[in-house]
Design a protein around this ligand. Structure first.
Ligand code: SF4
Length: 281
């Protein structure tokens, strides 16, 4: 599904000019000006021996797409835009979109796949994928003070370190992908990680490696059962470690902020290190 802010229109350009500059046609814009009238013969780019026509033969018109909410209108020819993230569900990770969608945090979609250390993977039909932290990790942390990206580009298992209540914790997505960029905004504003883990807090963007990137992940009902079991397991662990950090039997949001360092490291080790599944696959 394309972004609701994606617009379509017609633009024109001169293919005799050394640089292709697209000009959007629309209300209040003269449709072609001199180029669309016999006056085009006065243009320096037109050969003096060219036959007179009603409009310049070098004037081209094409369909374009552009973002209706960006402060800078960048026109993208329709033929080039098919792989743009504006054309797929990946618009959910675009900052312009998120700025307008706030204050609502994004929710987990049914298409997400999960790794056992509470990272999610979202793969588009085109193979474009995103990785982030799941809501369980966000709830445990309450707030995250910093993030360091260990892998920035190339074919790797996406890896980073989170700083939670003074503890720096490494966390690695178990499968490789071709990373093309990381969300640098979470470096300057790590509060996005726990506040909107499925939207503004995304971490890595890249391309799926067929047969590798999704290996061993769970989705749908299986993921829901696992998440419920993880919440029960956390409740029982916190109940033993720090009973005051529970409210009605369930750990409070941000329980990590209430744990002494040694107990926090235990929780991080038991839930967010590289490990196997705790439910039957
Ligand atoms: S740039 Fe962002 S807000 Fe604009 S159309 Fe694309 S995805 Fe939507």
């Amino acid at each position: 599904m394309p972004c609701p802010f994606l617009k379509e229109g017609r633009a024109r350009y001169c293919h005799a000019a050394p640089v292709r500059k697209l000009i959007l046609d629309g209300p209040g814009v003269a449709g072609g000006g001199r180029c669309a009238s016999p006056d085009y013969l006065k243009c320096d780019l037109v050969g003096k021996d060219e036959t007179r026509q009603n409009r310049c033969p070098h004037l081209e018109e094409i369909r374009v797409q552009y973002c209706g909410v960006s402060s800078v209108t960048k026109l993208v020819p329709f033929s080039d835009s098919q792989i743009s993230s504006c054309m797929s569900n990946s618009y959910r990770y675009c900052d312009s979109y998120l700025t307008l969608a706030r204050p609502h945090a994004s929710s987990a979609t049914a298409s997400l796949q999960y790794a056992p250390n509470h990272l999610w993977l979202d793969v588009e039909e085109s193979g474009l994928c995103h990785v982030g932290l799941d809501g369980f990790l966000a709830d445990v942390a309450g707030s995250i003070d910093g993030v360091t990206f260990v892998t920035l580009r190339g074919t790797h298992c996406p890896a980073l370190a989170l700083t939670i209540h003074g503890v720096e914790w490494p966390i690695t997505f178990p499968n490789p992908m071709m990373i093309q960029k990381v969300n640098t905004r979470v470096r300057s504003d790590p509060t996005r990680l726990a506040a909107d883990p499925y939207g503004a807090g995304w971490l890595f963007e890249g391309w799926e490696l067929p047969g590798r990137t999704r290996t061993g992940l769970v989705a749908g009902e299986q993921a829901a059962a696992w998440q419920a079991e993880e919440r029960e397991r956390l409740a029982s662990e916190i109940h033993e470690l720090q009973p005051v950090a529970c409210d009605g039997g369930a750990p409070v949001r941000g329980v990590a902020q209430l744990l002494p360092r040694q107990n926090l490291v235990c929780v991080l080790q038991h839930f967010f290190s590289k490990r196997d599944w705790t439910v039957e696959e």
